[in-house]
Design a protein around this ligand. Structure first.
Ligand SMILES: Cc1ncc(COP(=O)(O)O)c(C=O)c1O
Length: 390
């Protein structure tokens, strides 16, 4: 049995705050802080410890692969999820009849904007809409994906409402019509067990600052092994070359691995932080984390039901990410009121978003729901706006 109480003590902020903000930025673990300090010490003592730094990038690649159930050669370590998307986009051809990119209404802005940015190169972006209940059923994807579709680019978990798309179903539809699938798993990976092989996706992007316990400024792109050599990114650089240190200016010779999607010098300090965060995820285990997060989000949904405050996050376990989103009146003010009580959450649309990780406890959930119950007169969405007197 995992000792989650002992694990909680590795996140000092939890002694002071009810931290439910992993969908924005994770709580800082003692080991991640120590790793960043080790980098600083290294700079003071050694200066440019180049070999150690490059080895860190490789360590992050291996750990990312382990988390995603992929091979290290299938992972590019990038400066952000956006950087991975741009590198991939640069390698796709939109000049022929297969020029459509299907995105969903649940996408994070960057994951639609980058595909729209390919329109001058011939891409046509198709948006899959929600239904009247705010869901995106598989039938909507079935209508949008056709034999002119090059790529289906979908988020696993919607950052606005915590809904989880039926990725297996979408992949089946896409592959049957000859389209590739890119998964944006940023709001899932680290909080759920994301297995790129089981999901059968062709590409996946994400980053380290949310559920992967690392820091900003570092992300990843997974590329299915069999596709790597078919794709030559024009977004490139010396760290994308077969031999980084050949220092050859006469040609572009992309690495045979997914490293061809990288660009310049790795963000070294971020590699230190990311390596420590990933190590902690692997130590706890992605399946144990998913089970813990599922039970905490379920407790939250049930408690919300108990106070008559419905969430917009789906109740079915298979359709829910590692968060619970609660619609609120004057959500920004509610956020401040919660912060004043040391309850850290975020706001997306008019929802209070509570990102839940393995380091949260039943008490965190109960405290959050009790704080909502205490201000329902002002913030429950059913409360009528005060009508200004004439
Ligand atoms: C689902 C999702 N995709 C992509 C991004 C963007 O990531 P980056 O800033 O690393 O490009 C975010 C950031 O919050 C996100 O939540």
């Amino acid at each position: 049995m995992t000792d989650f109480e002992a694990l909680r003590r590795r996140f000092p902020v939890l002694a002071r705050k009810t931290y439910l903000n992993s969908g924005s930025y994770c709580a800082l673990a003692d080991s991640v802080r120590a790793a960043i300090n080790a980098y600083m010490d290294d700079r003071l003592e050694v200066g440019a410890n180049w070999d150690v730094w490059v080895a860190k990038n490789e360590a992050v690649r291996r750990a990312t692969a382990a988390v995603l159930h992929a091979a290290p050669d299938e992972i590019a370590i990038t400066a952000s999820a956006s950087a991975g998307l741009n590198a991939l986009a640069s390698a796709l051809d939109f000049g022929g009849p297969r020029n459509r990119v299907v995105v969903s209404d649940f996408e994070f802005p960057t994951s639609a904007q980058i595909w729209h940015a390919q329109e001058p190169r011939g891409a046509r972006v198709v948006h899959v809409p929600r239904d009247a209940h705010g869901d995106i059923p598989l039938e909507h994807f079935a209508r949008a994906i056709d034999t002119g579709t090059r790529l289906v680019a979908v988020t696993q978990v919607c950052f606005r409402n915590g809904a989880r798309l039926d990725i297996e179903g979408i992949v089946r539809l896409a592959h049957a019509r000859g389209a590739l699938v890119l998964l944006d798993c940023y709001q899932a990976v680290g909080g759920l067990d994301v297995d790129v092989r089981r999901l059968d996706v062709d590409f996946a992007v994400g980053g380290m600052l949310k559920y992967l316990l690392g820091t900003a400024g570092i992300g990843f792109l997974y590329v299915r092994g069999a596709l790597i050599r078919e794709l030559t990114p024009t977004h490139s650089g010396w760290f994308a070359q077969e031999d980084i240190f050949a220092m050859d200016i006469s040609a572009n010779r992309p690495a045979p691995s997914a490293r061809r999607f990288e660009a310049g010098t790795p963000a070294v300090v971020n590699c230190y932080a990311a390596e420590a965060g990933l190590a902690l995820i692997l130590e706890v285990g992605t399946q144990a984390i998913e089970a813990r997060v599922r039970s905490l989000t379920r407790r939250c949904l049930e408690a919300l039901e108990g106070i008559g405050w419905a969430s917009v996050t789906p109740a079915a376990d298979a359709r829910r990410g590692p968060m619970v989103c609660v619609p609120a009146r004057a959500a920004a003010q509610l956020l401040d009121a919660l912060l004043a009580q040391d309850i850290v959450v975020s706001v997306r649309d008019d929802n209070i978003r509570a990102g839940v990780h393995f380091y949260n406890s039943d008490e965190d959930i109960d405290r959050f729901v009790a704080a909502l119950a205490a201000c329902r007169d002002r913030h429950h969405p059913g409360v009528r706006a005060a009508v200004p007197s004439a």
